[in-house]
Structures are given as structure tokens and as C-alpha cells.
Write a protein that binds this ligand. Sequence first.
Ligand code: ZN
Length: 215
Amino acid sequence: MLPSPPLFLGMKSHLNQHVLVLNRLWQAVNICTVRRALGLLFEGHAQVVLDGSSGSFQTFSFDQWRDFSMQEPHPDSIHTISFRIRVPRVILLCLFDRLPKKEVKFTRHNIFERDKNTCQYCGGLFERRDLNLDHVIPKDRGGPTTWENIVCSCIACNTKKANHTPSEVGLRLIRKPKRPKWRPFVQVTVGSHHDSWKHFLDLAYWNVELGGDAN
Ligand SMILES: [Zn+2]
């Protein structure tokens, strides 16, 4: 039986602070709360990453981090009944299959994002209010509401298309609609992140996987 995780009695504000999550390739993939990070750490699924002195990084298992926290008390610490532990700022996941799966949500907003506010038939750029979401294969002809069958369409193209397939009315998609690639660099809104994240966010900025035919 697994030992039960220690009860963290830290201030709620500490436990709800944000921790940057790196995957095994040291790429920034997510943000979680300190509470979640400590859980992952305790279960052995993650290690703490600490900015070393000479531009190198040290990693710590839960036990190592607890010992380190006891030896070098830090103001940003959380107290349990029997020990104190420093708040981790960056953690490194140990297992690939613990990668947080962040699929791009199928939302109106994200479809506009994917299609870059461009009518996918005439290629025109429009204000969002002048664009519709169009089923490429019409809904009443069995066209599903999926990434692969929904595109932005301007009102003129949409009217022309009506209840037809594009080819029936001489329209052609400017590109094949597909599910956007999951972006390993999650939206880390600058302004609220901890200094120790900078190195990884800079890396993430340059290594971000840009959408195949976009950008
Ligand atoms: Zn159009």
C-alpha cells in the first residue's frame, strides 16, 4: 500500500500558486498548482528543478527536496506536521505517459483562430462578425460537426454554398480543415510568471511547434 501523502498545511495562497511543468525533454508543457506539483512529486512522477549557480539546473526527488528544504530554509515554504518543504517553481515530469494531454478545444473561438478569420472558400480576411461557421459537407447530408468539417466562411460564400457541397457550386476550400496541432507551449500569459520560469519559457518561445501550414 502506498503511504498517504503528507498533509500540507501551507497557506492556501502558497498551495494555489503556479508551477511550470516540463516534460522529459525539458520543454514547458503546462502549468499546475503547487498542490498538484507536490502530489506529483510525492508520487515520484516528477522532480523539482532548481536553477543552480552556474547556469545549470539541479533536480530533486521528493525526499531530496524535503531534505534540501530543511537544510536551507526558504521563506517560500509550506509546513506539514513534521517538516517544511520549499515551494517548487518548476517541475520535471519523469514519465512520458504523465504528459498532460492538452488538445485544442473545439470551440468557435478556436476555429476562428485556426482559420485566421479568413473565409476558407474565397480566402478573404473578415471581421469575426462577418464570418459564419460552415459545414463543408452540409449537416443535413450527414456532415459532422468536427474540426475536419467546419470552416470559417464569409456571408457571400456561405449564401452561395447554401445546402450544397463546395464542388456543387464551384467553391474550393483554400486548405483542408483539420484539428490544430496541440501546442506544447501552453498559453503562459506573461506578467504573472516566476523568474525561474524565464529560461524555459524563452526556450519554449523559440521551440514552439507552429501550425503546419500556418505562420
Ligand atoms: Zn468567402
